[in-house]
Design a protein around this ligand. Structure first.
Ligand SMILES: N[C@@H](CCC(=O)N[C@@H](CS)C(=O)NCC(=O)O)C(=O)O
Length: 216
């Protein structure tokens, strides 16, 4: 019997959406080889990559049958369904819905409107300063909503005593927040959750500087 192909992650070390998937894979105890798609050189738009992922983005996860999964949340949900040990969603449907809602504040309503493509477009239409201002305001607005949602929950993580999907979404977003000069002192519950996640091996190993394509 031939061995099934191992999983393979297509990612870029600084990509926040790739970072989410790296945390999820590590949280499930999976060590997955990576192929770098260098966003600095525009590799995401190369014809061969676009043919595989028509959205011309990372991350993507290649499965053992060759199927390419895209969209970080879809990949994380696939991981949760196929690797139920170490869950990052609880069993209670109402709690799952609250966690998904907070996660989507970042994944659907914050990150996509401050990503590289959008900022380049704003810069082309106006200026680099306007693009930075847009990113800062967008992230601050999203984090304020996220903070209010998790302030209703117990800590130290976003939703109680275990990390969940919401923590996986939050930690990479904070990297961008700092990059655009946002003071996280304004978000005490977010700061608490970040401190709780920081020492966990799955969160450590997923950090940009730990990736094979990181600048050395
Ligand atoms: N909603 C997508 C977002 C993916 C995304 O924004 N990827 C960025 C890197 S974090 C990207 O590939 N950008 C390339 C570009 O904008 O040209 C997901 O969650 O996977």
């Amino acid at each position: 019997m031939p061995h099934p192909k191992p999983l393979r992650l297509f990612s870029y070390f600084r990509s926040g959406a790739s970072w989410r998937v790296r945390i999820g894979l590590a949280w499930k105890g999976l060590s997955v080889p990576q192929t770098a798609i260098d966003l600095r050189t525009g590799a995401q738009s190369a014809a061969d990559w676009r043919a595989r992922n028509p959205q011309a983005m990372v991350p993507a996860l290649e499965l053992s049958d060759g199927t390419l999964l895209t969209q970080s949340l879809a990949i994380l949900e696939w991981l949760e369904e196929t690797h139920p040990a170490n869950p990052f969603l609880p069993a209670d449907p109402q709690a799952r819905a609250r966690i998904r809602a907070a996660s989507l504040v970042i994944a659907a309503d914050t990150h996509p409107i401050q990503n590289l493509g959008i900022l380049k477009r704003i810069e082309a239409l106006t200026s680099a300063d306007h693009a930075r201002q847009w990113a800062k305001e967008t992230i601050a607005h999203g984090l304020a909503a996220f903070e209010a949602l998790i302030a209703r929950e117990s800590g130290p993580y976003c939703f109680g005593a275990r990390p969940t999907l919401a923590d996986i979404l939050l930690v990479p977003m904070l990297f961008n927040a700092r990059r655009f000069g946002i003071d996280l002192a304004d978000y005490p519950r977010i700061a608490e959750a970040e401190v709780a996640c920081e020492p966990l091996p799955a969160f450590q190993s997923a950090r940009p500087e730990q990736q094979p394509d990181a600048d050395r």
